[in-house]
Design a protein around this ligand. Structure first.
Ligand SMILES: [Zn+2]
Length: 113
């Protein structure tokens, strides 16, 4: 079974647990303040491939300790579709929010925790 580490008390806990048995912290809300950057649009991806990549990267990142995931989406169709998809994820509560970067229109910051 996979283990995760409680960032609050350092206890090693089974991945399936939602609360730390030692300090009672909500494990799925813990983060280390970091941001992961993932490029989903610059290897000749089609829109559907880019969206799949985004979904799996978000799923992966939500299990990790990062606070945000930064999606590099380019400036074309992928970007438009990604923003629509993120709106859905946000409504469903899978992500906390998202915002296109003001200084770089080709990247979107997604708040996970
Ligand atoms: Zn703990």
């Amino acid at each position: 079974m996979m283990q995760q580490i409680c960032l609050d008390c350092g206890m090693s806990v089974s991945e399936t647990m939602r609360y730390c048995p030692k300090c009672d912290n909500a494990l799925n809300l813990q983060h280390d303040g970091s941001t992961v950057t993932v490029d989903i649009a610059h290897q000749g991806e089609r829109v559907s491939e880019a969206l799949q990549k985004m979904q799996s990267e978000i799923d992966l990142a939500r299990k990790g300790v990062a606070k945000c995931i930064r999606l590099v989406v380019g400036s074309g169709l992928i970007r438009d579709e990604v923003l629509l998809e993120l709106r859905d994820l946000s409504f469903r509560g899978d992500i906390l929010g998202f915002e296109p970067e003001s200084f770089n229109a080709g990247a979107v910051m997604v708040r996970l925790k």
